[in-house]
Design a protein around this ligand. Sequence first.
Ligand code: SAM
Ligand code: SF4
Length: 327
Amino acid sequence: MPEQLIDGFGRIHRDLRIAVTDRCNFRCTYCMPVEGMKWQPRSEILTFEEIERLARLMVDRYDVDSIRITGGEPTVRARLTVLIEKLAGLGVDLSMTTNGVTMESVAHDLRSAGLGRVNISIDSLRRDRFAGITRRDNLREVLAGIDAAVETGFEPVKLNVVVMAGVNDDEVVDFVEFGVERGVVVRFIEFMPLDADGGWHNEKVFTGQQIVDRVSEVHPLEQLERTSAPATRFRLLDGTGEIGVISSVSESFCTACDRVRITADGQFRNCLFATGETDVRALLRNGSSDDVIARALEDSVASKWAGHEINRVNFVRPSRSMSQIGG
Ligand code: SAM
Ligand code: SF4
């Protein structure tokens, strides 16, 4: 029996998210403040060698089969293709989440290095609104990045759309149609209380159910079978495509969660909303053996809670925001 990263509720963890930087060239309102974000010093960020050692340990020992590179904005990390080559050598499903702004120029190199799939974040198809949400006037570049990702052969290309009530909820049908037209899978994500400004409020969440209802008025949907992935998938009944809905706030998918995270500064997190972390960087840097590191990972996962409590009064917001944790 191989060892497993298993928690007290029987959930086996095989999906690893690695934040490779906390820096970003955007300032999305739901994620980062307009200014004043303090970047972690370079010396505190895991090196590629440290990331590779940790990832290899988790793949070899715990059968981790899926790794997603994220951030901050992963493409701002220098020489990212070097890391991708190292991780691609582990034989896992290797993917990346990006804001897509430089995708047009880097897609080919990322693909050649061994990256399998990309998710590109885009929250509006309207130039002014896009600029308002991201605080950057880069819609044109992101659209070109989506086309480049498709042309380069990433399969599937997925789009992450954070839907916020009164901000962009009127665009969900436009996004579904855009996805069909471009041959990409659109995934709608509920706004989570992980913004750096602390501006999140329940009333700003446009729920997964509201998204499904809005889309169904124009494009009837059929729900597909659930997997351990956070998105509930729906097929467009006219056969033209599918969408995903990630209802992390209104209907948490915690019971099926198989995901763990490493922050850019080497802190292991057993949940996106965890309030505690395990300092793996210290172990990587103090000469600890793989067995010692593995025990720390196992202890962290063993202590994982049943699920987050966003909708309860006793919910405690994590002290770090999405860009620091690695969404
Ligand atoms: N910079 C990359 C990007 O934007 O795709 C990767 C990191 S970003 C933190 C990862 C994902 O988290 C993005 O799809 C982003 O839209 C999403 N995200 C960030 N803050 C969020 C929030 N408060 N609620 C829901 N999703 C959020
Ligand atoms: Fe940057 Fe991604 Fe956060 Fe936007 S969502 S500020 S692109 S890390």
